[in-house]
Design a protein around this ligand. Structure first.
Ligand code: DAH
Length: 370
């Protein structure tokens, strides 16, 4: 490696010549930048050999000092040049070695990387939004803590209505004045209060879905104190029961991915709809298979929005009409994916999530039937 070092100035004498030769040799022997740095420090460092020679210049007899000084300066230039050159050589060699060892093979297939998963409830909520979105619905939301009026009163469920007893409501401490104490705030028992909020906020026509948390004091394999509902509301001048049936049939077939899923509408009762209908889908009770067998499974509630509910929101029922529906997000998720128990949805057991979770990169494409 000595060949890339500059030749020693030939006017150096004695000890200086020796230092130059010794340094050249040490540099050539330095295999890497660490060793190179040790040589540099031994020569140019604070107590390096050259530094010492320069410091001793003062001891040189005055008549030789000038010449010795000039020679030392030339030596310093020569050593600095040699040291820098060796560093450049070593750096190039280190880079070559790295390039050789880190060579990438662009023809290798991508290696699978550990990725997060989408929770089945989140996945269902995305699918609901995608399907109703494709039908032209917006997504609306409202607060989890509701007033008695929004959760019950405005929906035509008066104070002593038996429907209230069905809801196992969580009541919260009253806020403010004594009058409010008679109807304390509640954790919303369904997403229906967002119907009221939406109608108060915007004039018809309205096409919207609400997907969110709801609460009831109930806990077993199919009930959780916190669960999710999806609510739909469509208000226009000429909306009929036919629209309701078409919309929900399309939704259920798209969501379950079964183009011929049997869907049945059955007369029922809800205070906020008139007429009201329960919706069933065909399945085999024994195997749990959807779309097969002769059994029916109740899946959601629906109906034409009660004129009193429209009037409560300042909408003239002689001019506007429409339909609404509500369904449980957990329930349709369990049915779609064959999940037998609702409680693990909220237990954050990573093994359960790995089994039922969804690839976050998989698109929500559910256009069958929409
Ligand atoms: N809110 C009802 C419940 O939680 C479900 C429901 C039924 C919502 C009929 C509706 C509807 O909008 O029209 O039990």
């Amino acid at each position: 490696m000595t060949d890339d070092l500059p030749p020693a100035p030939n006017d150096l004498t004695g000890d200086l010549q020796a230092l130059k030769a010794e340094t050249d040799q040490a540099l050539a022997a330095a295999p890497d930048l660490r060793a190179w740095d040790a040589v540099r420090i031994a020569v140019l460092g604070r107590s390096g050999k050259l530094t010492m020679l320069l410091r001793d210049l003062g001891k040189t007899p005055p008549e030789q000092r000038r010449e010795r000084g000039a020679a030392l300066n030339r030596l310093k230039d020569a050593l600095t040049t040699a040291i820098d050159a060796r560093r450049a050589t070593l750096e190039d060699a280190a880079l070559d070695a790295r390039l050789a060892s880190e060579r990438i093979d662009p023809t290798l297939p991508p290696r699978p990387r550990e990725a997060g998963l989408i929770h089945p409830i989140a996945r269902t909520m995305e699918e609901i939004a995608a399907i109703f979105g494709a039908m032209g619905c917006t997504v609306s939301d409202g607060p989890d803590v509701e007033s008695d009026w929004y959760n019950f009163g405005a929906l035509n469920i008066p104070a002593h209505h038996p429907a209230r007893a069905d809801h196992d409501t969580f009541y919260l401490p009253p806020r403010g004045d004594a009058a409010a104490a008679n109807s304390p705030p509640v954790l919303r028992t369904h997403t229906s209060p967002v119907q009221i909020r939406t109608m108060l906020l915007q004039p018809p026509p309205i096409r919207t879905v609400v997907i969110g948390r709801t609460y009831r004091a109930d806990h077993d394999a199919t009930h959780s104190p916190m669960f999710h509902q999806c609510e739909g509301l469509v208000i226009d001048r000429d909306i009929t029961l036919g629209h309701l049936k078409g919309c929900l049939t399309d939704f259920l077939r798209a969501f379950f991915g079964l183009a011929d899923l049997p869907v049945r509408f059955r007369s029922s009762y809800f205070p906020f709809t008139e007429p009201s209908m329960e919706v069933d889908i065909g399945w085999d009770r024994r195997t749990g298979e959807l779309g097969k067998g002769g059994d029916w499974l109740e899946i959601l509630g629906s109906g034409m929005v009660h004129p009193r509910v429209l009037a409560n929101c300042g909408i003239d029922p002689r001019e506007w009409q429409g339909f609404a529906f509500g369904m449980g997000v957990e329930r349709i998720t369990m049915l779609k994916h064959g999940i037998p128990d609702l409680r693990p949805f909220y237990e954050s057991d990573i093994r359960w999530l790995r089994h039922y979770g969804f690839n976050p990169l998989a698109p929500t494409m559910l256009h069958e039937g929409v």
